[in-house]
Design a protein around this ligand. Structure first.
Ligand SMILES: [Zn+2]
Length: 347
């Protein structure tokens, strides 16, 4: 990432008009996202229409509604043990953890329609699992004034869940029912690749899409090597070809980029940090909040489509890297760690 590409600015932009909710995932021109009931209804419709898709209610969210998982399996196999035994690569996409950032919700719905209708090819040994909306209660609480600096959609959901918890700080802690349900989904499916979809919240720059890949030094060396040498070059190259070149996620705290930028170290309370504990290949997409909603959704759609292809092209290598880490863990009898307490507590 070249620092000269960055322009930092204070972001003050307010949305001014209401628009009706619409129910087709391909049309984001009217600056509206799809409501929670419409999203689930559309996934149910797909599951009814295509035998290679299933929609399953897992546990509940804090507000009492069930969190769903939509699974696309090209050979109609839904038994996880069989899939693992037969070398399928599993991709898990989580959407709507922050419902005011609905790009992934829309993009995943469109991806599902395109993969199932045959418009896009789903590689034979790839399973696509999608959590349509993770923070259901946040998605049901909508306003014109949430994320008012974001360039659409006009009406968006709330960041917190039913108990106003930020779910992207709750993965390892599991204070929320949402996180307990997510843990069950995650441990059941043990994805090889995990993607959590977001919209950024700060700096201004040219790129529509920025990416967090899990901080490389905390991944196991075999996983990190495949990530650095195969997976990331693939994603960046393919995104460039799609018309949406990416840059790493920019985390700026009011300083000039001339002084350098610090890579984001995501601990396991964050989505990708949690996923890294299981030696998966974790990603967080962060589209740029000042870019139009339609562009952001399109770039997220392209990224997810490319991630599906990645699983087809490099799934075996990614699985081998994960397995070699498991063997390493079994061989390791003792791990020495150094811990320094840097926290100061005030009375
Ligand atoms: Zn977010």
């Amino acid at each position: 990432m070249k620092t000269t590409h960055l322009l930092l600015s204070v972001l003050l932009c307010f949305c001014t008009s209401l628009s009706k909710s619409q129910s087709h995932a391909h049309n984001t021109d009217n600056n509206a996202s799809v409501s929670y009931p419409d999203v689930i209804a559309q996934y149910q419709e797909l599951a009814n229409k295509y035998p290679s898709a299933q929609l399953k209610a897992y546990g509940n969210a804090d507000g009492g509604k069930p969190i769903h998982l939509f699974v696309i399996s090209p050979e109609k196999i839904f038994n996880i043990d069989s899939l693992k035994k037969n070398g399928y690569t599993i991709l898990l996409i989580n959407n709507g953890i922050h419902p005011g950032e609905p790009d992934g919700i829309m993009a995943s719905l469109r991806l599902s329609q395109d993969l199932l209708s045959g418009k896009e090819i789903l590689p034979k040994k790839v399973i696509v699992c999608i959590i349509p909306i993770y923070n259901i209660d946040g998605a049901l609480e909508t306003s014109l004034f949430f994320r008012s600096g974001q360039n659409g959609p006009d009406v968006v959901g709330f960041r917190g869940n039913a108990r106003h918890l930020d779910l992207n700080r709750d993965f390892i802690k599991c204070d929320s029912e949402n996180a307990k349900t997510f843990t069950k989904i995650y441990r059941d499916w043990d994805p090889d690749v995990f993607i959590d979809t977001h919209v950024s919240d700060g700096a201004d720059y040219q790129y529509v899409m920025t990416l967090i890949d899990s901080q490389k030094d905390k991944l196991h060396p075999t996983v990190s090597k495949v990530m650095q040498e195969k997976v990331l070059p693939y994603l960046y190259k393919e995104m460039e070809k799609s018309g949406f070149p990416m840059t790493p996620y920019v985390n700026v705290w009011g300083e000039s980029p001339d002084k350098g930028l610090t890579g984001f170290l995501e601990s396991p309370r964050f989505a990708s940090g949690y996923s890294a504990l299981f030696n998966a290949f974790p990603f967080v997409t962060e589209t740029h909040m000042l870019k139009p909603f339609a562009q952001r959704t399109e770039s997220t759609y392209q990224f997810l489509k490319i991630a599906v292809r990645l699983c087809g092209d490099h799934g075996a290598e990614m699985q081998a890297a994960r397995k070699s880490q498991c063997a390493y863990g079994e061989r390791t009898k003792r791990i020495c760690i150094a811990v320094e307490n840097r926290f100061q507590f005030c009375r």
